[in-house]
Design a protein around this ligand. Sequence first.
Ligand SMILES: C[S@@+](CC[C@H](N)C(=O)[O-])C[C@H]1O[C@@H](n2cnc3c(N)ncnc32)[C@H](O)[C@@H]1O
Length: 400
Amino acid sequence: MEEGALVTDTTTTSTATAPAAESDWSARAARLATLLAERGDVRDDAWKAAVAGVPRHRLVPAAYRQDTTGAWRPVDTASDAGLELVYSPETLITALEDRGGHQVAVSSSTKPDLMLRMLEVLDVRDGQKVLEIGTGTGYNAALLSHRLGEANVFSVDIDPELVDAARSRLAGIGYRPTLVAVDGVDGLPEHAPYDRIIATCSVPVVPWTWVNQLAPGGQLLVDLKVNDTAGNLVDLRRLPDRAEGRFTARWATFMTMRHHDGAVPIQSGERAMEAFERVTTAPAQPWWTHRVVWLLAQFALPAGVVIGMRLDPDTRQPTAGMLSAPDGSWTTIELAESGGVRRVTEAGPTPLWVAVEDAYQRWTGLGEPDWPRLGITVIPDRQWAWLDDPAGPRTWPISG
Ligand SMILES: C[S@@+](CC[C@H](N)C(=O)[O-])C[C@H]1O[C@@H](n2cnc3c(N)ncnc32)[C@H](O)[C@@H]1O
């Protein structure tokens, strides 16, 4: 991959933080732990103690936030306002990469409420060995080390700079889990098997290598996004010949897994094509309002479909959703409704919105299933989604 200018924070660890932060972080961390417990994100006291005991500001000495123009601005996490942010259920963006003149977030400390909900779903028990894919700041590795002891915690990230920074910051707060800079798609075979694997970046298919590195009965929690925003966290259990499990009730999304091989998102064509208009009752933004429909639509849409928005030039508010495909086909759907229907424009050889409408019809016909009724089965050369029963009649291939 042609690497852009990677903007990692280079601030050093504890010595860079103000003395005030050192004196009152534990009260803030304890407040965060109580908040997460009150909200039901944490039920297990051992996890609550981990949130209260890990100084997140030492792992995130600097972060970035987008201003109203979309530009990224540094945040001083040692300031009072910064500390409020650090000890709150907020994602903190910590690394940006320049892609064609645009700054794109490539690493973060995931919002603690989501992190803790995931750790609870993963049902981690004392003495278990855990592999994390996506070290980032090391905050999750610190929580795991607090709970399980550093010897049981393994974490990998594709970016060596991030791994080095996380390693030294974790050591600065007393944790030395095994951190390795590798492409996490291969897991970390030299320390397998693991009782639990947690991926904090999303993947379009579940790598069999991860399943293979799980101990019998082990659990794997991963954000499966078959395309862009289509998918959710899936909680898989290792069975003798497969991994199988259901999507989690709450929707979440992570940064997409990146690789060093130069793979870039497929761009749609720009060819001029005759367009035709009609109306529809399908949801205008399924990727936002009807996420299960959006996943079902992916099983019929061509690979590489990209979502966009048309904005009103004066208000900058979205007026239409847009899909485009690598073969040049595109569709727009007006967000404003008139008489219960919305206007759709389609162009090109592939009628993209038809796949969404069909998915919507199928979804309503199936009783509008929510995420936990859908699951995934992974075998070495194939994986598929299913409704209600892995061996039932409703299945959709994901790969193979
Ligand atoms: C949301 S961040 C991880 C947050 C982290 N767990 C924490 O607690 O701060 C996602 C991370 O996945 C990493 N990542 C992306 N592609 C990867 C890959 N192929 N292998 C390993 N890590 C990857 C990114 O570099 C980034 O640091």
